[in-house]
Design a protein. Structure first.
Length: 453
């Protein structure tokens, strides 16, 4: 890559770091819709900040009514897309740093959104700036689209796509390097059932904010006394799992401690809702709770739901219960399945319903899998940029995480997590290493020049 581009990128470091801190200090968790703010006022504030910053960097910026914005470099008709997002998942449990302070320690910036996806998105924007400031001539223009609803329903891209043509080719800096060319399909189902009239009486249970998060803690209040405390302690001893129980004025308070994470990556995690279902069944719960304990429990592969499957390109199906609530005598829960490219989602729906008798199962979200061949021009160009800037070998990989890449006909996820880095997206103490983000910026600049130059 042109030496001038490297020098420019190095010179942006302080400005980039300060701007990213401003983004992290603007919490953008989805809230109630308001006029001009379809995902709540906090997300709107973040969008306004990002647009103002992009303008201050000299780019043409357009607001799509609070759903998304686009930022364009060049005026050629043919465009390369860069798709990022400004919304973040809720904070969740277990933080040792302040989640919206953007504190920097040992070269790492901590905060919700540093890695998913504000840091990588802003690095890509500065890469656009470097390409422009270096005066590199472009045959195609570059269009960055920053959405506001990636962590929920993707209504942002739907809204944008209904008003503006989304380019055919591009990448989303919202996952990992080297590059993800295969994304599993997604099947989210909602579960509803009346609470059982018999068995253990459950008074309270409400866990989980998001379908795509593995909950780290689940509490329930049930009717009973000391006997349940003893049974819980015996079950904890038998299973080796961290359960606690205590008698309170309301009833017996039960707690299950899981290991939180992202629903698409269950390895090494433990779903606290699944733990609680098993305990409740042990303590005498009947009806939907016993059914869910049997068919889901602590499994993350969908086996007892009759849904376990795998293929070589995309590996195994994963399944996560992110939400379980008891409201007005009715249970509500969610199952988030990430399905291999070859899986038959219609069959998965039938199997789920068949394995959950007495529970009404409806489809909330369904997305087909996405695959761009490893020998395509897009994949080979991006991997060449990665290899040139890192000196590492680049092989395409598969993920259960869904990114905006699948909004594009030819789209892949590209960075910004490096292979040796810990993935803390959606988890406590999320951070980004600033040196790594600066390296990502160079990779993105290199890639934009290859794709658009
Ligand atoms: Zn993301």
């Amino acid at each position: 890559m042109n030496q001038k581009v490297y020098e420019l990128i190095d010179s942006y470091r302080d400005e980039f770091t300060a701007m990213l801190q401003g983004w992290i200090r603007t919490p953008s968790v989805k809230g109630d819709a308001e006029s001009g703010a379809p995902f709540g006022r906090d997300v709107r504030k973040m969008l306004d900040r990002a647009m103002a910053d992009a303008k201050s960097l000299g780019f043409a910026v357009r607001d799509f009514d609070g759903y998304a914005c686009d930022i364009t470099l060049g005026d050629a008709e043919e465009k390369i897309a860069v798709l990022g997002h400004l919304d973040v998942v809720p904070v969740g449990d277990g933080w040792t740093k302040l989640p919206f302070d953007a504190v920097i320690e040992n070269g790492r910036m901590y905060g919700r959104g540093t890695n998913d996806d504000k840091g990588p998105s802003l690095a890509a924007l500065f890469a656009m700036k470097a390409v422009r400031d270096a005066g590199i001539p472009l045959k195609k223009s570059i269009r960055m689209i920053l959405g506001c609803d990636e962590e929920s329903g993707w209504e942002d891209m739907e809204y944008y796509g209904a008003r503006e043509k989304i380019p055919d080719v591009g990448f989303s800096p919202d996952a990992s390097f080297p590059l993800i060319n295969t994304e599993k399909g997604m099947l989210v189902q909602e579960l509803r059932a009346p609470a059982a009239a018999t068995g253990l009486k459950i008074l309270k249970l409400s866990t989980g904010d998001r379908i795509n998060v593995i909950p780290g803690e689940c509490c329930a209040v049930v009717e009973g006394g000391e006997e349940l405390v003893r049974k819980t302690e015996a079950y904890a001893a038998k299973t080796g799992l961290p359960y606690t129980a205590e008698v309170t004025a309301e009833g017996v308070l039960l707690t299950a401690l899981g290991i939180p994470g992202h629903s698409a990556y269950p390895e090494g995690r433990r779903n606290a809702i699944g733990m609680m279902l098993l305990l409740l069944r042990e303590l005498g719960a009947e009806g939907p709770v016993a059914t869910l304990a049997e068919a889901v429990g602590l499994e993350s592969d969908g086996k007892s739901l009759g849904c376990a499957c795998r293929d070589d390109v995309s590996k195994a199906l994963t399944c996560n219960m992110g939400i379980l609530r008891l409201e007005n005598g009715e249970w509500y829960g969610t199952l988030d399945m990430r399905c291999p490219v070859t899986a038959d989602q219609e069959k998965l729906k039938k199997e789920t319903a068949a394995h959950l008798p007495g529970i009404r199962v409806t489809v909330d979200t369904q997305k087909p899998p996405h695959h761009v061949p490893a020998d395509s021009e897009l994949v080979t160009a991006l991997l060449a940029s990665y290899e040139e800037e890192t000196g590492l070998k680049g092989e395409p990989i598969s993920t259960g995480g869904g990114t905006y890449a699948k909004v594009l006909k030819q789209g892949v996820a590209f960075g910004a997590l490096f292979p040796d880095e810990e993935d803390l997206a959606h988890q406590a103490d999320e951070y980004e290493d600033i040196d790594r983000l600066m390296l990502a910026m160079k990779i993105y600049a290199n890639a934009l020049i290859r794709l658009a130059g």
